[in-house]
Design a protein around this ligand. Structure first.
Ligand code: F6P
Length: 568
């Protein structure tokens, strides 16, 4: 790791001597704690009954979607205090620093400039003293050209056949974004190519993909910011061997392998032609990189015009985030309501529940974005924090979840706030489906909010002719206490522009929460330790080699058992 003296604080590369002000020491934090104690006994249905203007006050209408956060246990007073917390935390100042390319990723001493990749203004973008715009534009242009060559059939494989299949190899941020977007927008694709994504080092995935492919008509996109990630490198080598077995001649590689990386040296050493390397930069974090050349699979699958619309949607959200007053700023309000639920009401998790099949990979994508960013337990000064950072973020397509885990959301002992994401127009119209889906969408947030009390249950059962004795046996089991907070996003439609805006909205939510929690959102040291240990363990798994006696007894015995059994 970097040479940081204990408790030193680096901001923009400058060591600060002042201690980090802990959010819990801010006057507003204490106000919010006291206010939460008053709010906890209240019920959302009473707040709605008492205030006709609640929806108008606690919702925002943006070009691509409506954002309703009125079904949270908040009042005007809560909102005012949360906004004061944002002010006291200098969210606006830090937002300016991010857009000005200050090194707010202090532990890696880097700017955080994924916003530059979708900046549609014509202004220079100064990062580390130089204008990054020409390089960004050049890379976008190279992506567009490759896509056109492939799509027109001008680019052919080593036997002269046109490319039919694209295999994207990458993991984490070099996989989830392109995969999620290609799935979300696949109905807009002309299906010129069959897309395949390989991330897992488990050979099952790559062998399954390769088994259906012809090397003469397959193009591999190897995506890795570092070009050192074990999973990606192992899969890339397997793909290369599979390809070479058929092609024989290494010269053929240039027609079938392209790469996206910051590390040209390693890509070249792998054998990929210079002209097939797409650049990205260290100021783009992996989990924020789909806007860069990491989005190449999106460009190839959907065509450049749709990728450009995705960038446009994100740019519009960036502008909204920079200019809207905090009280009308969707990422800020989403972040603040999240802070309220996590830190003041004490809810441990947050569910993402898309009611649009297109968005079925959205929860997985956002899990990385939120939890790799804000899953930290020390503040900027390296001091252990005494308040919760990111909750457990998880989710699934909502309608499927209804028949799986919603029981727990409605009646479990933990309250799990949730984001419901649906669309007014479906991407594919099938008579009788969309309204049925959306009826569930509206009903679920209503049910989670209102619940049903014992008297209502008794009345309903009695109206159905159930005996008084039987009613008393089951009444408590049928009670839903409600008061379970949700946000609702109602998109006009899942299209490239609204998806771009939605992703950028969550990116900025993550940023705002990280600032309020005083944690470094843009590093990911927590994924390193396991990687290092795995590298040490892998050679020991050879049955001819001794297991390291220094391992703890559990790990040592598990490894020995594995070796005994695999040799048997
Ligand atoms: O999981 C850790 C991580 O570094 C992520 O942040 C990143 O998205 C992923 O691995 C892939 O890294 P790379 O693009 O360097 O292969």
């Amino acid at each position: 790791m970097i040479g940081v003296a204990p408790n030193a604080l680096f901001v923009c590369g400058v060591e600060m001597t002042n201690p980090v002000v802990r959010p819990t020491d801010l006057p507003t934090w204490k106000t919010l704690e006291a206010h939460a104690a008053q709010m906890k006994p209240q019920h959302l249905k009473d707040l709605f009954a008492a205030d006709d203007a609640r929806f108008d006050k606690f919702s925002l209408s943006l070009p691509s979607f409506l954002f309703d956060y009125s079904k949270n246990l908040i009042t005007d007073e809560t909102k005012a205090a949360l906004l004061a917390l944002a002010k006291e935390s200098d969210v606006e100042g830090w937002r300016s620093k991010m857009f000005a390319a200050d090194h707010i990723n202090a532990t890696e001493d880097r700017a955080v400039m994924h916003v530059a990749l979708r900046d549609k203004s014509s202004k220079p973008i100064i990062i580390d003293g130089a204008d990054a715009r020409p390089a960004i534009d050049a890379e976008l242009e190279r992506m567009r050209k490759l896509s056109e060559k492939l799509r027109s059939g001008a680019w052919t494989g080593y036997t002269g056949k046109t490319i039919t299949d694209i295999v994207s190899i990458g993991i984490g941020g070099s996989n989830l974004g392109p995969l999620m977007v290609c799935e979300a927008l696949k109905d807009y694709s002309d299906k010129r190519f069959n897309m395949h994504f390989v991330s897992n080092i488990d050979g099952v995935q790559i062998s399954d993909v390769l088994s259906g492919l012809n090397p003469e008509t397959t193009l591999f996109v190897i995506s890795s910011k570092t070009f050192t990630t074990q999973e990606t490198m192992t899969n890339a080598r397997t793909a290369e061997q599979w390809f070479m077995k058929a092609a024989g001649d290494r010269a053929a590689i240039a027609k079938h392998f392209v790469a996206v990386s910051t590390n040209r040296k390693l890509v070249t050493a792998f054998g990929i032609a210079e002209e097939n390397i797409f650049d990205m930069w260290d100021w783009v974090g992996g989990r924020f990189s789909l806007w860069s050349a990491i989005g190449l699979p999106i460009v190839l699958f959907l065509g450049y015009a749709l990728f450009d619309e995705l960038l446009q949607g994100a740019y519009e959200m960036d502008q909204h985030f920079q200019t809207a007053p905090l009280a009308e700023n969707a990422p800020v309000m989403l972040a603040l309501v999240g802070i309220w639920n996590r830190n003041f009401l004490g809810y441990p998790a947050h569910a993402l529940l898309p009611y649009d099949q297109c968005l079925h990979r959205f929860p997985a994508y956002m899990q990385q974005a939120e939890m790799e960013s804000n899953g930290k337990s020390v503040n900027w000064a390296g001091e252990e924090i005494t308040y919760g950072s990111v909750p457990l973020v998880w989710g699934e397509v909502g309608i499927n979840g209804q028949h799986a885990f919603y029981q727990m959301l409605h009646q479990g002992t933990d309250i799990i706030p949730a984001d419901f994401i649906g669309s007014i127009a479906p991407t594919v119209k099938v008579e009788g489906h969309h309204d049925a889906l959306m009826a569930n969408f509206f009903a679920q947030t209503q049910a989670l909010m209102l619940g049903i009390d014992a008297d209502q249950v008794r009345r309903e059962l009695s109206a159905k002719g159930v005996s008084a004795e039987r009613i008393e046996e089951i009444v408590e089991h049928k009670v839903h206490r409600g008061n379970r907070p949700t946000n609702t996003f109602l998109l006009n439609k899942v299209d490239a522009r609204s998806l771009g805006a939605l992703i950028a909205l969550y990116e900025h939510k993550i940023f705002v929460q990280g600032i309020i929690w005083r944690i470094h959102s843009f590093d990911q040291w927590g994924v390193e330790l396991g990687k290092v240990l795995a590298a040490g363990i892998q050679p020991e798994l050879d049955t001819g080699k001794a297991t390291n006696p220094k391992h703890d007894a559990s790990t040592r015995n598990l490894i020995d058992f594995y070796k005994r059994m695999k040799g048997a």
